[in-house]
Write a protein that binds this ligand. Structure first.
Ligand SMILES: [Zn+2]
Length: 429
């Protein structure tokens, strides 16, 4: 879908690419933004249009966060969510951590190196309440930043976030809750999510992690074992079949029964980052609802939706149905906006050259999406489109092409701290 703004840059309902092409060809609209593609109507204001409610749905993850925009349709059974836009936002947590570690290393060196005396400083760091490690802060800021953007591009009415892995309210006393998992009830899926977390997503017998799991009765059903969570363990298919009618102890794993009886600590069940994310999202002034991962998994199973980050986001919350259509997810990668360090170093840590003080050269900065039409007679002749790396000598680099004269470059989209690509897999459903 293509985002549509009115002539005052207020959001309207997104339209199909086909309709957007038509509007552009008839000169009724102009291109507002390339990624995600957004057009602006020249002759329409928001008062002249009918808007439908759009929800932003978020499935936060450590490396990738799923984002989905859905048009909400009220039916007699409940809400049906039609996908308008799917995206997978890749965070740069690791990168932030590595950069900070590197900086700490440089600073530490100054204490031992042959420089002027620097007295040691201890306990001189103060952390504000609500402080989070910079890598987590970066993740939250990424999601918040996209929340703000979507608010500018579509008529958002609410946000739904998967806040917890499973619903502790639904599992008031998890260790004695029953699991009617064959019937596919919501509670059963909460139990599954609970067990995945409890046993760390690995088979309790062989320790395999890369396999679909089955729920194994520690004391088999045929020998009076109950359906309670405290009698359930996570097992791979091979181990479950091999165990057969034996108890876990008879199968050679007496520790499993004790492990299953131990309740999962609350702190392990909830994720501090997700709570912080919800607090920040409330600043967008939209109604916020929070849901559990068990419900997401249940929805995905009920509507037979394949597992991707973006589709997980679409399945968050209480819905009677989801319609995916022929959508492709937009892959958004956080790239940052350049580095704080102004010196490059070689492998031994010695400075090599120095970076520019200014970020812009002739109004262009590294990361801008640029079209360069270089005429014949230049080494870099031809048309090049992509992200540019600027050089002080006014001859830029794009990918492997060096020496693109700045005067032939036209900026298509300013660097905004993110890189974009379309996820190749076609989704159906
Ligand atoms: Zn196993």
């Amino acid at each position: 879908m293509v985002f549509v703004l009115d002539r005052h840059k207020k959001p309207l309902m997104p339209c199909t690419p086909r309709r957007a092409r038509l509007l552009l060809a008839r000169k009724r609209a102009v291109v507002h933004r390339l990624s995600p593609f957004t057009i602006r109507l020249k002759d329409r204001s928001v008062q002249q249009s009918t808007l439908q409610p759009v929800a932003l749905k978020i499935d936060p993850g450590a490396k990738t966060t799923g984002l989905a925009l859905a048009r909400v349709e009220e039916t007699s059974e409940g809400e049906v969510h039609h996908a308008l836009h799917l995206a997978e936002l890749s965070h740069r947590g690791e990168e932030v951590r590595d950069q900070l570690r590197k900086r700490a290393g440089y600073r530490r060196r100054r204490r031992s190196t042959n420089l002027r005396y620097r007295p040691a400083r201890f306990l001189n760091r103060r952390r504000a309440p609500g402080w989070l490690p910079p890598s987590l802060r970066s993740r939250i800021d990424n999601v918040l930043s996209w929340g703000r953007r979507y608010q500018r591009w579509v008529p958002l009415v609410r946000i739904a976030v998967e806040r917890v892995k499973f619903d502790t309210q639904l599992l008031q006393q998890p260790e004695i809750s029953g699991v009617e998992y064959q019937r596919g009830e919501l509670a059963g899926w909460e139990v599954r999510a609970y067990l995945l977390e409890k046993f760390g997503r690995r088979c309790v017998y062989c320790g395999r992690t890369d396999t679909p799991f089955e729920l194994d009765h520690i004391q088999p059903r045929s020998r009076g074992g109950s359906n309670r969570v405290s009698n359930l363990a996570l097992s791979c298919h091979t181990c479950n079949a091999a165990k057969g009618e034996r108890t876990a102890a008879e199968f050679g794993h007496p520790e499993v029964a004790a492990q299953a009886k131990q309740p999962l600590r609350d702190t392990a069940a909830v994720n501090a980052t997700r709570y912080a994310l919800c607090d920040e999202l409330r600043t967008l002034d939209l109604p916020l609802t929070t849901w559990s991962g068990g419900r997401t998994r249940w929805n995905r199973a009920r509507f037979s939706i394949p597992k991707t980050h973006a589709l997980d986001a679409l399945c968050v919350g209480e819905v009677a149905g989801v319609k995916v259509g022929a959508h492709q997810a937009l892959a958004i990668t956080a790239t940052g906006r350049g580095r704080y360090s102004r010196t490059n170093v070689d492998e031994s840590g010695f400075p090599v050259g120095s970076l520019m003080r200014r970020k812009q050269v002739l109004g262009i900065k590294t990361g801008d999406r640029v079209r360069a039409m270089v005429p014949e007679g230049f080494a870099a002749q031809g048309t090049h489109t992509g992200r540019i790396a600027v050089r002080a000598n006014k001859h830029f680099r794009m990918g492997k092409v060096q020496g693109i004269p700045a005067r032939f470059c036209r900026v298509l989209q300013l660097a905004d701290g993110y890189d974009y690509a379309v996820v190749a897999t076609t989704l159906q459903g």
